[in-house]
Structures are given as structure tokens and as C-alpha cells.
Write a protein that binds this ligand. Structure first.
Ligand code: HXC
Length: 267
């Protein structure tokens, strides 16, 4: 089966050593000029590529990665800076993210460089996280007058607890791979040159297991999150959309584009 070609991502299959006809799927974010900022087109392509691997019987596990410099520096600020509450709700662009939640096979994130905002949230949607020692995580949305909108307030809180999550989301400060490991947010930190190999090694190991058991195990672990998670996600999205009525959102995003410091007036 030939793989579809995309504009903003690369996708490939790699054979699992010692297992005939069994592969891992590798999806690489590839919008380097903007540090893999997640625009709508990229997200649509990402969902298509992940779904393709999910449906492919020869693929057992998926690795999601970016470049050494950036996994993703967040949702594309330029694409959303002029949205209003109504326009952003009508487009409901973040609904694409729900389709990533529906991927049945385990997804291992291989992270290096920036994993900020939506990039950090996309990382947290994966099932295990291997990071290079140069990875930098963060939920900096507060600095541009908004809040995380793709699960950050829910998933970060569940992973690291209320107080750390509050600190990270309310200050927006970036944090290192070592701090992420210490907080229990990620699985392993490795030297930068090894981050992708290490993630693939883990994917190869999981590929030895029963694919049905893998899928059901993933489903069951995710179930422990559920109940209030869906409500939380809806709640978060509404609040995110609501912020597009504020002058602070306009100012925060405009200041980023104009490369100056934002001045917020609380309106
Ligand atoms: C659009 C972005 C971008 C983003 C970087 N770029 N991040 N474009 N959206 N999120 C662009 C820059 O404008 C610039 O383009 C190019 O990428 C290189 O970035 P620089 O800023 O010049 O690089 P550097 O000085 O190394 O700084 C790297 C950085 C900084 C610290 C990561 O770019 C940054 O702070 N980015 C924004 C991070 C952020 O706030 N993310 C959260 C977004 S909101 P030009 O054309 O100037 O060369 C969000 C909400 C999620 O994610 C909601 C759910 C999806």
C-alpha cells in the first residue's frame, strides 16, 4: 500500500525487526519555517495520516514526532488572531483534535525542541512520551491573552496535579524535559541525538505484543480519564472561543505577530 503524500507532514512505515510483515507508522510534523505551528491544514493532514496507520493491519504502533528544533510551537497564531467568538465557534476547528482521541493504536510521542501550547497539548494526547534533553514544554497561552484550548487544562492537571498545573498554566512559563520527567508528565529523557531512535525502540517493543490487547489496554487506561474529561474539554473549548471576544486576545496575538510585548487591559 503506498502512503498518501501531504504538504505539512511526512508519513512512513518502518519494518519491525524480527517480525515479518509488521511495521510501525511514523508521522513527522513538517512545517519548519514556522516551527511546525499547527494550522488547520496540518491538523487535517495529521488526522488523515494517523487514521491511515490506524486502519493499516500491518501497523501495530504509531510514533509521532517533529524536528530536532521543534515538535510544535503551538496552534498557528496568525491563522486565529482575527477570529471572533462566533467565527471560531462556527468553524469549530479544534474538533479535528477529537478525531485524534479516537485513534485506537498506541501513539508514542518523540519530542525535541519546542512543544508549546497546542504542541504540548498534542504531546499529551499521545500515550507515551520520549523527550530529548533539549525539549522545552509549556502552555504559554496566557501570555497572548488566551488559555489552552485543546485539552491542556484537563490533561496537564490529571498528569501533574492541580498545583503544578495551575503554576504552569497561569504563569505560562516553559519547563524542561527533566522537569517534565520529575512531574510525571513524560516517560523518559534521552540525549538529543537519540530521541527518535528511543521512541522507535519502544514502538518495536510494543509491536511484539498482541495488537488487540494493546488497543484494549489503551482504551481501558483512557477510560480512567473519562467521565468528566469530555465535559472538561467542552468547557475548556467554550472558554477558549469566548476569549476571542476580548481585546486582550487581539492585543496578545497582534503583539506576537508584530514582535513586541503585549499590554493587556483586562477587557
Ligand atoms: C504562528 C509561529 C508560532 C505560532 C512560531 N511561529 N510560533 N507562527 N504560530 N504558534 C513563527 C514565528 O512567527 C516566526 O515566523 C517563526 O515561526 C520562527 O519563530 P521565532 O519566534 O522567530 O523563533 P524563536 O525566536 O526561536 O522563538 C521560538 C518561540 C517563539 C519561543 C517558540 O516563536 C514563540 O514564542 N512562539 C509562540 C509560542 C506560543 O505562544 N504558542 C502558543 C500558541 S496558542 P517569521 O515569519 O517571523 O519568521 C495555542 C493555543 C492552543 O497553541 C489551542 C488549541 C489548539
Amino acid at each position: 500500500m503506498t502512503m498518501t503524500t501531504y504538504k505539512n507532514i511526512l508519513t512512513a512505515k518502518e519494518p519491525v525487526p524480527g517480525l515479518n510483515g509488521v511495521n510501525i507508522g511514523v508521522v513527522t510534523l513538517n512545517r519548519p519555517t514556522v516551527l511546525n505551528a499547527l494550522n488547520h491544514e496540518l491538523m487535517e493532514e495529521l488526522v488523515a495520516a494517523l487514521s491511515e496507520h490506524d486502519k493499516d493491519d500491518t501497523v501495530r504502533v504509531i510514533v509521532l514526532t517533529g524536528s530536532e528544533r521543534a515538535f510544535a510551537a503551538g496552534a498557528d497564531i496568525k491563522e486565529m488572531s482575527d477570529e471572533t467568538t462566533v467565527s471560531i465557534m462556527l468553524k469549530d476547528r479544534f474538533a479535528t483534535w477529537d478525531r485524534i482521541r479516537a485513534i485506537k493504536k498506541p501513539i508514542i510521542a518523540a519530542i525535541s525542541g519546542y512543544a508549546l501550547g497546542g504542541g504540548c497539548e498534542l504531546t499529551m494526547m499521545c500515550d507515551m512520551i520520549i523527550a530529548s534533553e533539549s525539549a522545552q514544554f509549556g502552555q504559554p497561552e496566557i501570555n497572548i491573552g488566551v488559555i489552552p484550548g485543546a485539552g491542556g487544562t484537563q490533561r496537564l492537571t490529571r498528569a501533574v496535579g492541580k498545583y503544578k498545573a495551575m503554576e504552569l498554566i497561569l504563569t505560562g512559563r516553559p519547563f524542561s524535559a527533566h522537569e517534565a520527567l520529575e512531574m510525571g508528565l513524560i516517560n523518559k529523557v534521552v540525549p538529543t541525538e537519540l530521541f527518535l531512535d528511543e521512541a522507535k525502540k519502544l514502538a518495536f517493543e510494543l509491536s511484539q505484543k498482541s495488537p488487540i490487547a494493546l488497543q484494549l489496554a489503551k482504551e481501558a487506561v483512557l477510560k480512567s480519564y473519562d467521565g468528566t474529561l469530555s465535559e472538561g474539554l467542552q468547557f475548556e473549548r467554550k472558554n477558549f472561543y469566548m476569549l476571542f471576544s476580548s481585546e486582550d486576545q487581539k492585543e496578545g496575538m497582534k503583539a506576537f505577530i508584530e514582535k513586541r510585548k503585549a499590554t493587556f487591559n483586562g477587557k
